[in-house]
Design a protein around this ligand. Structure first.
Ligand code: PLP
Length: 261
């Protein structure tokens, strides 16, 4: 049987990010998908207009029901909608201690829309609690800075310092995505920092046009697909980055944004 990934994420009806993009990414990797929607967003041309969270207790019950009987080889957590959903998911995951979890700690959309409620302190606390359960957390530079209550990093050294700071807050492994670092930090390249406890590893890729919708969702899902197949962490991260680089090359403009799918 093909491995299965449980996706816990928001619904973007345009399909560019969230559950639909996650399931498509998993399918491209030959991996089955189970899906729990945390929020129904209203979005289209111009970005996210509104976020309608699903009842956190319902999200928790759905995750618990799947973990009780379905094959789950990895879990990918994306947008949670409200902090209480992070707590409900953390509680449900206690029943699946050995399953790898990839946490994309989403706070805002690229357009600026709030995706984890208006109370930043509560959002940060909820993500930090969930982060302790994650095999890998995949913040961008801005999310990493917000989680550590620091200024956004301007250099690769500062990014590596932030990844370490997240490990000090309980993350087992951190992939700090470099897409939001200033271009001067790594001219011509996008550099991600992977810190799994044995020092920072810089992962380089050519800098492609920024601004495609749902890139973080696709990357985290691709990593989860490889972990579900049993790949070691670094191998899973490198294969997923290669997949995303290829997808970014072929991204298409639609409705005012660039879409991977
Ligand atoms: N909608 C959903 C459901 C998401 O999960 C996200 C981001 O993760 C977005 C919208 C915003 O995507 P982006 O910032 O890539 O445009």
């Amino acid at each position: 049987m093909a491995p299965h990934v449980l996706v816990i994420a928001g619904l973007d009806p345009s399909g560019g990010a969230g559950l639909i993009a996650d399931v498509r990414t998993l399918a491209e990797h030959g991996v089955g998908a189970l899906g729990v929607a945390t929020a129904l967003t209203e979005q289209g041309h111009g970005g996210v207009r509104a976020v309608n969270p699903v009842d956190p207790a319902l999200v928790g019950r759905q995750v618990a029901a799947l973990l009780a009987g379905e094959p789950v080889d990895a879990v990918k957590i994306g947008m949670l909608g409200v902090p209480a959903t992070a707590a409900a998911v953390a509680a449900a995951l206690a029943a699946a201690r050995s399953v790898p979890v990839v946490l994309d700690p989403i706070l805002r959309a690229s357009s600026g829309a709030v995706l984890l409620g208006d109370d930043e302190d509560a959002g940060r606390a909820a993500l930090l609690a969930l982060l302790r359960r994650a095999t890998l957390v995949t913040p961008n530079a801005i999310e990493a800075a917000a989680l550590c209550e620091q200024a956004p990093p301007l250099t690769l050294a500062a990014a590596a310092g932030l990844a370490q700071a997240l490990r000090a807050r309980g993350a087992r492994a951190v992939l700090l995505k470099g897409g939001h670092l200033p271009a001067a930090a790594s001219p011509g390249e996008t550099v991600d920092v992977l810190d799994a406890g044995d020092g920072p590893v810089l992962l380089r890729a050519p800098r492609l046009a920024a601004g495609a919708h749902g890139t973080g969702c696709a990357l985290a899902s691709a990593i989860a697909a490889h972990l579900a197949r049993g790949a070691p962490l670094r191998e899973a991260v490198e294969a997923a980055r290669a997949f995303l680089t290829e997808r970014l090359r072929t991204a298409e403009a639609r409705g005012g944004a660039r879409y991977l799918y």
